[in-house]
Design a protein around this ligand. Structure first.
Ligand SMILES: [Cu+2]
Length: 268
């Protein structure tokens, strides 16, 4: 029986490790400036945790076999454990956990604690059950006022974010259901939520941040290759959570300008 358990544990370990080494289910290609750095630390973490996982499962299987039932001749005796070993692996785990955090925290902080560059493209992202809306400030570069009492999700677009049309700055604001961005330019995202906590997640940009009602969270990222990228909600936000996704289209600066101009013309 001990041998059977050893084989089962080692088989499960080998098969599950294979899927990670073969990258059977893996991340999409990174399409933002920070993606390479994030993937680097992701890989380091995975390798270190992989070694710990294989070693622990290997030993587990071996012990299941070594201390197998040998009939009446083998007497089990109680052990209180080994304090030195317990302290050693607790300290090692602590060093690993804190060390990985310290090494990668500058990448995490660079998207949050440093303000966006002055020329960054500004997009206000609003999450609501179960849709993302994107607002661009228009040629004046200023977002118009929004008011909670004007919010009407059934109208979609401007009504859904509660745009106050009496504010002159709101006249040229654009609200869209698809996010367009020019390639190679920093994008400042201003994240909002109307009802519950949502999480704005663009896997290809390695970008994920909660959108919290009552807060306007500023973050930034730089898309580095054109294409269509999926946006998901990464927070279980209600019954329609599974279909709360959007599209990010990263295009050239010319295409972006043309798209903005066309939306502005439609609005007039
Ligand atoms: Cu959501």
């Amino acid at each position: 029986m001990g041998l059977v358990i050893l084989i089962i544990i080692w088989l499960i370990t080998l098969i599950s490790t294979y899927f990670f080494i073969a990258k059977t289910w893996w991340l999409p290609v990174g399409a933002s400036a920070a993606a390479a750095g994030i993937d680097h630390y992701f890989t380091i973490t995975f390798i270190l945790m992989g070694i710990v996982f294989v070693a622990a499962q290997g030993i587990l299987g071996y012990f299941a076999w070594k201390y197998r039932d040998r009939g009446a001749s083998s007497v089990a005796h109680y052990s209180h454990g080994n304090n030195r070993l317990e302290i050693a692996w607790t300290v090692l785990t602590f060093i690993l956990f804190v060390g990985l955090n310290l090494m990668s925290s500058s990448i995490w902080a660079s998207e949050r604690f440093r303000p966006a560059q002055p020329g960054a493209v500004q997009v206000e992202v609003t999450g609501m059950q179960f849709q993302w809306y994107f607002r661009y400030p228009g040629p004046d570069g200023k977002f118009g006022a929004t008011k909670p009492e004007l919010i009407d999700p059934s109208t979609g677009g401007e009504g859904a974010v509660g745009l106050d049309s009496s504010d002159p700055a709101s006249k040229d604001d654009l609200v869209t259901g698809t996010m367009y961005l020019p390639v190679g330019r920093e994008t400042e995202v201003i994240l909002r939520a109307h009802d519950v906590i949502h999480s704005f997640f663009i896997p290809a940009m390695r970008f994920k941040q909660d959108a919290v009602p009552g807060l306007a969270i500023h973050m930034h990222f730089t898309p580095i290759s054109t294409g269509d990228y999926e946006i998901a909600c990464a927070e279980l936000c209600g019954l329609g959570h599974y279909k709360m996704h959007g599209m990010l289209k990263v295009v050239s600066q010319q295409e972006f300008d043309a798209w903005l101009a066309a939306r502005e013309a439609e609005k007039q």
